[in-house]
Design a protein around this ligand. Structure first.
Ligand code: PHE
Length: 338
């Protein structure tokens, strides 16, 4: 028994000396002191030791256990210190290295144009009024003098949710919501997304409009022309020409369309302006008496003008963007340019 104890201590010390990482030491602790470890096995042999030798042998076994325990602990201290030192060396941070630059975001061209327009119109006293994108047929069509089955509905291919609920096809729905809420004088701008079942280089199923509505005593078409000329000059920064053409909208009478000379070709004619040199940016007109009456505004006392413009169209013109689909591709190379 004494011999076994001596050998065990020797082999344990040898093992501990060779261990270089804490995992090995843990394994050694199990090997010698664990529940099925060598020292425990040794204790089981105690029953064969003659009675008179038991106290002495028992003490030797206890000493053995303590010796091994101590040896492991000491070795552990050294190994852990070495491991820590190694980690600190490996994970050292060179604070003199240049940092990773944060990429700076920028406003989307549609938002840029939206903000520029809001700026220009706010200077003329317009306030922003926002309506919902999921809209009632009532506001999007009926109250705007486009009754059910009216052929003018064909002008706007519509995404219906139910027979009476739809994705708004025009921010003009906001005109009615605003006049229901406030009485004249009214001077609002209503920017937002609109939806139509349309898709080519200049049309997208979702795009952005900005509506304008002014209702007061004595408002005329000249006020509309003056306001829009002023804003176009600001937003397009000088040289852009505008023209008015007679048009038709059920909710304005008379109705006009306003064109801006094409920035891409300077008016010579290109694919963006479909060879005409002009791009339609805006539908407008004097608010139809029927619409005023629908909103309990007396058309014999008040008159107003309204306009609706496409933000993408203006951004395309201003920045010479040839295809509306670039706006929605989220290509950083495109977006970075503005
Ligand atoms: N809502 C019309 C459209 O989307 C534009 C418009 C607005 C026309 C206001 C006249 C007055 O085409």
């Amino acid at each position: 028994m004494k011999e076994r104890i001596k050998l065990l201590l020797q082999s344990a010390k040898e093992d501990i000396k060779n261990a270089s990482v804490s995992k090995e030491l843990y394994e050694l602790r199990v090997k010698y002191l664990g529940r099925t470890g060598a020292v425990t096995e040794l204790l089981k042999g105690m029953k064969d030791v003659p009675k008179e030798d038991k106290p002495a042998i028992g003490k030797l076994v206890n000493d053995l256990r303590e010796d091994i325990e101590r040896a492991i602990e000491e070795s552990e201290k050294q190994v852990k210190a070495k491991e820590l030192e190694k980690r600190l060396r490996e994970e050292e941070i060179d604070v003199t290295l240049p940092g990773k630059a944060l990429k700076k975001g920028s406003l989307h061209p549609v938002n840029l144009v939206r903000n520029q327009l809001i700026d220009a119109f706010s200077g003329l006293g317009f306030k922003v009024f926002e309506g919902p994108e999921i809209e009632l047929d009532y506001y999007n069509f009926q109250q705007l003098n486009i009754p059910e089955d009216h052929p003018a509905r064909d002008m706007q291919d519509t995404f219906y949710i139910t027979d009476s609920i739809l994705l708004r096809t025009q921010t003009s729905a906001g005109q009615i919501r605003c006049m229901e809420k406030d009485k004249p004088p009214i001077k609002i701008l209503s920017p937002g997304r609109v939806y139509r079942s349309d898709y080519d280089a200049t049309h997208s199923p979702m795009f952005h409009q900005m509506e304008g509505l002014v209702v007061d005593k004595g408002i005329t078409l000249c006020d509309l022309k003056g306001v829009l000329e002023e804003v176009c000059k600001k937003v397009f920064e000088a040289d852009v020409k505008t023209r008015l053409r007679p048009s038709y909208f059920p909710f304005t009478e008379p109705s006009v369309e306003i064109d801006v000379s094409c920035c891409e070709c300077g008016g010579k004619g290109c694919s963006l302006c479909k060879g005409t040199g002009w791009i339609e940016i805006l539908g407008a007109g004097m608010v139809n008496r029927v619409v005023l009456e629908n909103c309990d505004v007396d058309p014999d006392v008040y008159s107003g003008f309204a306009f609706g413009l496409g933000l993408e169209r203006i951004a395309m013109l201003k920045y010479g963007i040839p295809d509306i689909r670039y706006f929605y591709d989220n290509d950083i190379r495109f977006l970075k340019q503005f």
